[in-house]
Write a protein that binds this ligand. Sequence first.
Ligand SMILES: [Zn+2]
Length: 472
Amino acid sequence: MEIPLKIIILFTSVIRVINTSVVINRFDDDDCELDAELVEEIASYENVTKRIMEEIRSNFGEVMYNEYTRFIDTFGARPSGTEVLERSIDHMINLTKHHGLNDVTTEELQVPHWVRVHESASMLQPHVKNIAILGFGSSVSTPPEGITAEAIVINSFDELDKTDKKTIEGKIVVFDAHYVTYGDTVVYRSQGASKAAKKGAIATLVRSITPFSIYSPHTGGQYYEKNVPKIPTAAITLEDADLMRRLQNAGDKIVLHIKMLSTSDTKTSRNTLVDLKGSVHPEKLVIVSGHIDSWDVGQGAMDDGGGMMISWFTPVILNILKLKPKRTVRAILWTAEEPGLIGAQAYLKKHMNDLDNINFIMESDEGTFKPLGLDVAGSKKARCIVKEVLKQFAPINKLTNSGYPGSDIVIFVHQGIPGASLLNENERYFWYHHSEGDTMNVQTMKDVVDCAAFWAAFSYVIADLSVDIPRQ
Ligand SMILES: [Zn+2]
């Protein structure tokens, strides 16, 4: 089944709500009744989970963190469709074998390759000033000479709807909605261009989707509606958006000049699958995942170098520790998540007939800061089993049930597969997200190693339990 891009955009719009301080927790903690035998079985894993965590924290974690740092500093940004992304995938394949696991395969797919060539903007009236911009992925170019036009600052789609078409025609719409949650605010990035184009706008600039800025524009995906003129669209800083709002409120006429050039085609990329084959049920899978691609700014260290690395490390370290669970632990390094979950969609389509074999699917794509627990999707019984397993990881035992765990795995969860994403202290995630600020400087070894220790030990228990995680 092909997931329409529009649905994906809506998904990615809402799923990030869990990154905010408002976590929806519909899980009733006091309401779990598991068989005494299963509770006892889960408790019996305590020694092995302690051992895995200890080995990673005191020994192998540093090796992993050094490999992670080296990976990020060697390849830097890894945008969909680029050669550097493919070389980074080759590197991870070689690294897997270097650390003793040979069961690594790739699955090819076609991915978007959008390249930012040149971007610049300036304010011409009421005074001359440089405006930092960062085009949104898939934005069209301006004409070669650029666009010079009056700007109108609009705060919401509601205000856009209420504004007369004549007032907007031929102008650059500046959306200055303030960050509430990622899910609430990202719609101006993902849908703003087409909505403004329907009213006759010739370009849109969007206040970056972040709660904090030191003059940093933040990029991201956007979607053009069918049969609506495609207009250039880019992020501006919080500072410039707020300046333009003040100027407009004071009655000043704002004139901007924008020049954007990009190219767009399609390339071949790969999802990477790293398997530690199960000892009893090799066909059954516990998947741990993160995406290896990134935007073209910063280093993609946080989004999603950290999540990709701790997921890759899970089967690798279990193999090193000679811990072979009953089910296969499969790390998937998704490609092309940023342009719209392209790698995950291809995997879902290719494996549609054996989805029943996916026992549990996990993703880390919201930061690898201090780990807190899991956001779990699945039946009540599934959540109760996870809750019971989490007890031995206290204080990493928080369990939420937002309904939208992660980004890539949401399309699997919607197929009824139970899954979880990593909860972590990521209050600052959107400070750096999709900007030049996403570098190794935002990570610390202790936090990433703690995430890796939890990720590997938890996966081991789920993959080794005598019972499958129930879908009902
Ligand atoms: Zn990501």
